[in-house]
Design a protein around this ligand. Sequence first.
Ligand SMILES: Cc1cc2nc3c(=O)[nH]c(=O)nc-3n(C[C@H](O)[C@H](O)[C@H](O)COP(=O)(O)OP(=O)(O)OC[C@H]3O[C@@H](n4cnc5c(N)ncnc54)[C@H](O)[C@@H]3O)c2cc1C
Length: 305
Amino acid sequence: MLNDGNFREIIGKAQESGCEVLFDEPMKKHTTFKIGGNCKALIKLRSEESAAMLFSFANQNKIPHIVVGNGSNLLVSDSGFDGIVFILCGELCGMSLCGKNQILSGAGVMLSKLAVFAQKNSLSGLEFAHGIPGTVGGAVYMNAGAYGGEISKVLKSVTFADKNGNIKTLSAEELDFSYRRSIFCDSDCLIINALFELSAGDSGEIQKTMDELMRKRREKQPLEYPSAGSTFKRPQGVFAAQLIDECGLKGLAVGGAQVSEKHAGFVINKNNATCEDVKKLIDIIKSTVKEKAGYELECEIKIIG
Ligand SMILES: Cc1cc2nc3c(=O)[nH]c(=O)nc-3n(C[C@H](O)[C@H](O)[C@H](O)COP(=O)(O)OP(=O)(O)OC[C@H]3O[C@@H](n4cnc5c(N)ncnc54)[C@H](O)[C@@H]3O)c2cc1C
């Protein structure tokens, strides 16, 4: 529950430190699903100091909060989120070359921008990430991956604020990465930046690979509709999309939500879907796949509120 006094205090601190605050902000504007009611307030963190200070204040005062990157892996409740949403702006969205073949990137940088920055500097390793519509923070949190690449494989270290506002840096080896998981999934931390270790490459070749992977995405994925990407994690040894397709669920709709006809692994917002529509559809998919194929699908999308 959000306490009024604490709420006023964190808003005052945010404004004093120069962070923009939006009240009753519709979360559908901050998720690629284009779904979600209002949050109580959205704070745009602009520096490492303001981020650590406000994040620890929220934690110490038990103010409900969530860090949102590009909202490309989130499904937010129709009734919204009665708390603070932190998003990253300003210096948390900067990038620079750093050491031999390394890039230091703020957690708020979009992966597409980071991959282009690497390509322009003839650095290879992030081609796989070019088409993932998330930020560096969200990608580290989720250990995002595609086409054989994974964030954990190109990371050297990550700097974050813990819930007490201490700034810490851990090496990639210490972050306990596995399929779509990192240490951050089990602890409340705010990722501030990430140091990537890449290899020297040919910028033309890097561009070609990025173009080819983007072409594959456009061909296979329903990018013309809002979604949160793959709805389910890949079960051991099979593809979720294949199971869903084989169970005859392609095209199944609940309200405005639909199992994509182009890629059964995606639930799309076909026509003003609500969070409830998506949740009901997810439940039907899970129970049908369990019953007909014997697999327990696990949601990859994070449900908020
Ligand atoms: C069309 C489409 C295609 C996709 N393709 C892929 C794909 O190929 N591979 C893949 O892995 N994913 C894919 N995704 C899913 C999604 O893009 C990734 O999971 C991405 O890494 C999420 O990043 P985000 O910034 O949007 O995070 P969000 O969705 O905003 O947040 C995801 C989680 O990360 C946390 N988080 C975000 N930023 C921070 C931070 N700075 N500090 C602490 N916690 C943070 C959030 O609290 C939340 O728990 C796809 C999604 C879409 C819509």
